[in-house]
Ligand binder design. Structure first.
Ligand SMILES: NC(=O)c1ccc[n+]([C@@H]2O[C@H](COP(=O)([O-])OP(=O)(O)OC[C@H]3O[C@@H](n4cnc5c(N)ncnc54)[C@H](O)[C@@H]3O)[C@@H](O)[C@H]2O)c1
Length: 272
């Protein structure tokens, strides 16, 4: 099963690679033998991840830019092509969360969330697509969220941005599929990362989250990384324009949350 994914010797770019899901995806791509460009606006953090992976024998390049700045993204794509070669895969993952109810969300927060979570994905995709055209094939993996499919109070800007990612992902599949470029989206459920770390500080919180998940556990960044490397690889050659929910079965728990005395004690009480 050596090089089962066929990623050895290929070049990939991962945004938001300084932390959480992005760092885990970068690590999984390196483990599969790819050279990886780690893109993040956290210069120090992304350099640390790159140094760690290089020390372990990987070939990575840290690139510190803001993905919502199109000129910076284009310059980064050129630098990556020069230093690592054209990318056959882009993992669009850099994202942020700003919590507020719709009635109060500031225009600045609304615009920042859309600029990074949605527009930044477009900027990266259209800056790396020329690499893929040059190669004659490519894969864009867009990390969306279960929030793209389900509203959650206080999360309106985030959910709208992620819903936009799902359509953007399909749009890229439709427009660029004929050129050999695939585009797919992953919708992670609840994953333990810096983005959600604050929630887990509350005593008993993790147990409550596990209780509303069919698999009865919170997800780890590696759970998403394994799916991302598959979609990035030629093993997913006929997967195009798809949305893959990776949530431990949380999305199928809605009816278990409906009070029904005597039937739904597990989810209601948090028992395992
Ligand atoms: N953690 C979860 O439960 C969860 C669930 C669903 C979806 N997601 C999505 O997964 C992705 C990764 O999230 P995470 O949980 O690993 O978060 P994280 O906060 O650990 O990592 C996000 C990374 O993105 C970088 N980033 C943010 N804005 C950027 C910008 N403008 N330019 C470049 N880099 C930028 C940050 O510096 C950080 O390193 C996000 O798109 C997030 O919305 C996360």
């Amino acid at each position: 099963m050596n090089n089962w994914l066929g990623l050895a010797g290929k070049t990939c770019a991962v945004t938001g690679a300084a932390s959480g899901i992005g760092a885990a995806i970068a690590e999984a791509l390196v483990a599969a033998g790819a050279s990886v460009a780690l893109v993040d606006r956290n210069a120090e953090g992304v350099q640390l991840v790159s140094d760690r992976l290089n020390t372990a024998g990987g070939k990575t390049l840290a690139v510190a830019i803001d993905t919502s700045d199109e000129a910076a993204v284009r310059a980064a794509a050129d630098r990556i092509r020069t230093q690592l070669g054209p990318c056959s895969a882009l993992i669009n993952n850099a994202g942020l969360l700003r919590a507020a109810p719709l009635a109060d969300v500031s225009l600045s927060d609304w615009n920042s969330v859309l600029a990074v979570n949605l527009t930044g994905y477009l900027f990266c995709a259209r800056s790396f697509a020329p690499h893929m055209r040059e190669l004659g094939h490519g894969s864009i993996v867009n990390v969306a969220s279960i929030s793209a499919l389900n509203p959650q109070t206080n999360s309106g800007a985030y959910s709208a941005s992620k819903a936009g990612v799902l359509l953007l992902s399909k749009q890229m599949a439709a427009e660029w599929g004929p050129e050999g470029i695939r585009s797919n989206a992953i919708c992670p459920g609840m994953i333990r990362t810096a983005l959600s770390a604050k929630f887990y500080e509350e005593p008993g919180f993790e147990k409550k989250r596990a209780a509303v998940t069919a698999s009865r556990r919170v997800g780890e960044p590696e759970d998403i990384a394994n799916v991302a490397v598959f979609l990035a690889s030629d093993r997913a050659a006929y997967v195009n324009g798809a949305e893959l929910l990776v949530d431990g079965g949380m999305d199928c728990m809605l009816m278990d949350l409906v009070p029904r005395p005597g039937f739904n004690t597990q989810a209601a009480t948090g028992a395992h």
